[in-house]
Design a binder for this molecule. Structure first.
Ligand code: SF4
Ligand code: SF4
Length: 353
């Protein structure tokens, strides 16, 4: 591990040089106050002053809908057009952790080539961030990152301290060696330490993940789930915005003229009724409460025993997105026996008509 220094004014020239022959993806502003990861043609479009993007970066590795392969009478042709060489700049620690969970998931038993090829072709250039009222990545220990990136940019007042996390990251630095200083001053180091402490103190939301696996087990049949289920709109937004959700559906699109089929892969959502429907029209998770239980089991319990960490990285997207306040924060508070100040709870108490 090596740490070098870059003047902030040299960041855009550096990004221009390294993306000369590679797609550059980065956070850009959308609407007035939202951000998305998008391919940028001009580095001036990049806005690093964001908290979270609408969709997580997994959309770059497995797009919401894409054609996996074409099958005809004569041939079978795989499609990896989404897996082009890319640089993803500006990704925050929680979202890098989200990708590390996806890496484990898509390689647990069998390797998923559609994910892996896109992942292997993408360099990750992380960027430091500051928590807002919804972020709780400190509770999931995903507010810091020690692996999984090629470069990581920690912003100070006028400079960046740049962590070099891989030999590919080192190769990027070597494209503009004069811009990077090897020697860090004591002031730089002290500034970084102070900033790190201030950031740790800036978190306003906390979730007790230590207790969650047990509470999920103990309260699996608790009436609380019916209450949450009656408020849920089954809109699927929570799963679409979550950086660790990975369910998908595979659909045949027959091409009669070519006597073949396009085989599409689309994001799927376990909170939708259609998700658990099987042949014959039976549905083994008809009730919204049962579908939410499945989602929360994955986020706060099952991944801990399988992968050694929760399936939640504390990004706060479900908090910012669910229209009726069903999210990891409110559900874990309710499991903890607290009277939760949330739309779904007020609705159940009859305080909202
Ligand atoms: S469960 Fe919510 S806070 Fe946790 S990673 Fe998913 S969207 Fe982010
Ligand atoms: S929990 Fe919220 S975001 Fe998720 S499906 Fe229900 S209403 Fe939609």
């Amino acid at each position: 591990m090596r740490i070098v220094k870059l003047k902030q004014k040299n960041l855009n020239p550096f990004l221009e040089v390294i993306s000369e022959n590679t797609e550059l993806w980065a956070p850009v502003r959308k609407y007035t106050d939202r951000h998305v990861f998008a391919q940028v043609e001009d580095v001036s479009q990049i806005d690093v002053d964001y908290t979270r993007t609408i969709l997580p970066p997994r959309k770059i590795f497995l797009p919401p809908s894409f054609n996996m392969f074409t099958a005809t009478e004569k041939e079978y042709k795989e499609n990896f057009s989404h897996a082009t060489k890319k640089i993803l700049f500006g990704i925050h620690p929680c979202d890098i952790h989200g990708l590390l969970i996806m890496d484990q998931f898509f390689n647990y038993v069998f390797e998923d080539p559609y994910y892996t090829q896109a992942r292997n072709n993408t360099l990750l250039l992380g960027h430091s961030c500051w928590p807002d009222e919804h972020c709780f990545c400190k509770s999931t220990r995903t507010h810091i990152i020690e692996e999984g990136y090629d470069l990581f940019f920690h912003r100070l007042s006028e400079d960046y301290l740049v962590w070099i996390g891989s030999s590919k990251g080192d190769d990027l630095i070597r494209l503009m060696p004069d811009c990077f200083e090897e020697k860090l001053s004591d002031e730089d180091i002290q500034f970084y330490i102070r900033l790190r402490e201030q950031r740790n103190e800036a978190f306003q939301t906390e979730v007790n993940f230590t207790a969650m696996p047990d509470l999920m087990e103990l309260k699996y049949n608790h009436p609380l789930w019916e209450k949450i289920g009656t408020a849920c709109l089954a809109c699927g937004s929570c799963t679409n915005v979550c950086p660790t959700c990975n369910c998908y559906n595979v659909m045949d699109h027959p091409q009669l003229k070519e006597r073949g089929s396009l085989i599409h892969r689309d994001w799927d959502t376990c909170t939708l009724q259609s998700y658990s429907e099987v042949a014959g029209g039976e549905n083994f998770r008809e009730k919204r409460s049962d579908r939410l239980k499945l989602w929360y089991t994955h986020k706060i319990q099952a991944y801990i025993s399988k992968y050694g960490k929760p399936g939640c990285v504390g990004c706060g997207r479900c908090i910012a997105t669910c229209p009726v306040d069903i999210n990891v924060k409110t559900v874990s508070q309710a499991l903890d026996g607290k009277d939760v100040d949330a739309f779904w709870n007020r609705l159940n108490k009859g305080e909202i008509k």
